[in-house]
Write a new protein. Sequence first.
Length: 216
Amino acid sequence: MAHLIAPSVLSADFNNLQQDIRMINNSEADWFHVDVMDGVFVPNISFGFPILKHIKKLSQKPLDVHLMIIQPERYLEEFVKAGADIITVHYEACTHLHRTLQSIRSLGIKAGVALNPHTPVSHVENVLHDTDLFLVMSVNPGFGGQQFIRQSFSKVTQLKQMLVHSGSKALIEVDGGVDLSNAKELAQCGADVLVAGNAVFGTADPAATIQLLKKG
Ligand code: DX5
Ligand code: ZN
């Protein structure tokens, strides 16, 4: 399978959000990556339900919602109502991760688990069949435009091996500092979905960059 591209709305121009959403709709992008931050789990606050609903109204592609919040289980239903097609919670933010994944799936959408750069992939080996998507953070979460952590290549490789050996069909997504210099290697290591914020919205022709990232 060719890898998918999920532009991160966090780097969009919020003065012209409609325009940027239309650009993604008309591009080869596959998903909208939507970063929700609570100022507690990560040292930044992004946006919540009103913005998410606005994006959902305009978007013609699935909403990939990345929750960087503590105790995300409190808000799952509300995120589904706001339009999430995939909800990814952080391994580090869930005391009862297995239960949270079951709750997300019971709401009829896909369940993802994100791993901070310091979290070994072995920590998720008991939820390989309960998860539709593993998100490997290749920067410390909280901000767009940070430098890619190169250790992420081997993490993706290891995770891919774990998934293949177990027969899990879960996808691997990579998030943080992804650009044209590392996209191809990430896909070769086993990444199925690449998130890109700055690399897409920081260029003169974002749609063309999405196309190039896809070719990898
Ligand atoms: C960081 C977010 C990312 C971010 C990626 O905490 O999870 O999705 O928007 O932005 P870039 O691609 O600029 O690193
Ligand atoms: Zn993200």
